[in-house]
Design a binder for this molecule. Structure first.
Ligand SMILES: Nc1nc2c(ncn2[C@@H]2O[C@H](COP(=O)(O)OP(=O)(O)OP(=O)(O)O)[C@@H](O)[C@H]2O)c(=O)[nH]1
Ligand SMILES: [Mg+2]
Length: 246
């Protein structure tokens, strides 16, 4: 029997968070399905995230690891993770513990109960953020609304759950952090049903933030414009990633 749910955790230099993230995801995932699966995608980390992920997987048969030899970006990492996942329902979230993982079980229940196409987390307390981050986040959502006509809030928040078939139909192209908004925009344009699950947001307390750095923000904006123009494509062809033998 394949697992009912696979959660992908993209991890780039998350050695300080990874163990806790997996530990906190275990209970909610097991509540969904005793055969749950978690895929860590170590995206060319240089801080020991890769070996740590391998140790976690060696101690827990529910956990598998995909390694990218070099940093390829969050979008590529999510595609690698879902490609390796075995279950008919797939999802992802961040490895830096942005919310109480108990929301995973709520998100899954919502997917099943409502038969929605996509369940997406939404932060209910973004006032936790610094002024800079609130401006960035507000501006991003406003741009997505204005340029893509997507009337949804918090499109970039990384808690997503859907059937594998939905993910495959979406054929997401972004290599980087735009991938969450790309999925929301695609689902909206297709007229799919999107259910939102409220989560209490906890700003990162350990490790290093990458997505809000200028280079990542520039990449996200570039992908947003290319998507608007219908010209968003992966930058480099995907290579088969190395997966730790189970
Ligand atoms: N695979 C992959 N994951 C990444 C990359 N950059 C960031 N991530 C992961 O994506 C998630 C979100 O990145 P963060 O840096 O936390 O972005 P953020 O949540 O906008 O920033 P903070 O609020 O400062 O945490 C985390 O799980 C990171 O490990 C990357 O280049 N590749
Ligand atoms: Mg974060």
């Amino acid at each position: 029997m394949p697992p009912a749910v696979s959660l992908v955790l993209p991890a780039f230099n998350e050695v300080e968070n990874l163990e806790d993230a997996v530990a906190q995801a275990r209970g909610p995932l097991a509540a969904i399905d005793p055969g749950w699966e978690l895929l860590i995608v170590d995206d060319g980390s240089t801080d020991g995230t890769g070996p740590l992920a391998d140790r976690i997987a060696a101690a827990d048969p529910h956990v598998r690891v995909v390694h990218h030899a070099e940093n390829r970006g969050k979008g590529v990492a999510l595609r690698s993770g879902v490609a390796a996942a075995r279950s008919p329902v797939v999802g992802w979230t961040d490895a830096d513990l942005p919310f109480d993982m108990e929301a995973l079980a709520r998100a899954h229940a919502r997917l099943v109960e409502t038969d929605a196409d996509l369940v997406a987390g939404i932060r209910t307390n973004r006032e936790q953020y610094s002024l800079r981050r609130r401006v960035l986040s507000g501006g991003y959502n406003a741009l997505v609304r204005a340029l893509l006509g997507v009337p949804l809030d918090d499109v970039g928040f990384a808690l997503k759950l859907m059937r594998r078939a939905t993910f495959e139909r979406a054929a997401l192209q972004s290599d980087g952090g735009f991938i969450d908004a790309e999925l929301m925009a695609w689902a909206h344009r297709q007229g799919l049903t999107i259910e939102r699950v409220g989560v209490t947001f906890t700003p990162r307390v350990r490790g290093t933030s990458t997505m809000a750095e200028p280079a990542s923000v520039a990449g996200i904006l570039r992908d947003l414009v290319l998507f608007r123009l219908g010209r968003l494509r992966p930058r480099r062809p995907a290579r088969i990633p190395r997966e730790t033998p189970a």
